[in-house]
Design a protein around this ligand. Structure first.
Ligand code: ADP
Ligand code: ADP
Ligand code: ZN
Length: 215
């Protein structure tokens, strides 16, 4: 099973991917996470990506498709993959077709999380993650059960992303509208797209995704 989660920043892609990983043993391939790891490690890719990410613009298609290809090669053929934050442009969608075909993988579902843009700023500015295990939280919508302690691993340090501020979010949303939303028709023409109300409660969204994957 190979699926794409599509939606603007803050739509809930990472939140839902985290659940699919825990519940189904799928692997989440998040280009955002990979790029942040490259930035933190100071690799040549990270050095190129850093300023682009801080501005909320898109990193080059060659870089992101290259790292996705490398990650796919590290997985066994029967591991299900969730593409989170990739593809984001028509060129990336083409590259993904090639990458999957070369590995005899097929794309099973493209799940679009439909959200109200006005709500996204609050989602993004309240987002934080566990510094140790990466579990995702929100100050209002998904606080830790015990204040200051990660539910998943018990760690007490948390991180916020430098690009999770209102100005950058607006740029990221504009990038989504201009470059990412236009790739939906490619997948619609293949009958792969299911639209979900991403404004619903996280559990409701998760239930709808499960129903789609069971089809
Ligand atoms: P979000 O959680 O807001 O959807 P991501 O973590 O997916 O954001 O991405 C953060 C940043 O990393 C993006 O604003 C962009 O600069 C870069 N990035 C991530 N994935 C891609 C991609 N597929 N193509 C180009 N740039 C990307
Ligand atoms: P994305 O990966 O699409 O950028 P995230 O999954 O990181 O988005 O979600 C952004 C923030 O919104 C997180 O802090 C998350 O806890 C919260 N969130 C995710 N889904 C929902 C939802 N259905 N309702 C309310 N808040 C949500
Ligand atoms: Zn943790």
């Amino acid at each position: 099973m190979n699926i794409i989660l599509l939606g603007p920043p803050g739509a809930g892609k990472g939140t839902q991917a985290e659940r699919l990983v825990a519940e189904r043993g799928m692997v989440q391939l998040s280009t955002g996470d990979m790029l942040r790891a490259a930035v933190a490690a100071g690799t040549p890719t990270g050095l190129k990506a850093k300023t682009v990410m801080e501005a909320g613009e898109l990193v080059s298609d060659e870089i992101v498709s290259g790292i996705i290809g490398e990650k796919l090669d590290m997985l066994s053929a029967d591991t299900g993959v969730i593409f989170d934050g990739y593809p984001r442009t028509a060129a990336q969608a083409d590259a993904l077709d090639t990458l999957l075909a070369a590995r005899r993988r097929t794309l099973d579902h493209v799940i679009e999380l439909v959200v109200d843009e006005d709500a996204l700023v609050e989602r993004i500015t309240g987002r934080f993650t566990c510094a140790k295990c990466g579990a995702g939280y929100h100050v209002r919508f998904k606080p830790t059960q015990v204040a200051g302690v990660c539910d998943a691993c018990g760690a007490t340090e948390f991180k916020r992303r430098p690009d999770d501020n209102e100005a950058t979010v607006r740029t990221r949303m504009a990038e989504y509208r201009a470059k990412t939303a236009p790739i939906l028709p490619i997948y619609e023409a293949r009958g792969l797209v299911s639209k979900i109300d991403g404004m619903a409660d996280m559990d409701v969204v998760a239930g709808e995704i499960s129903a789609i994957l069971a089809r």
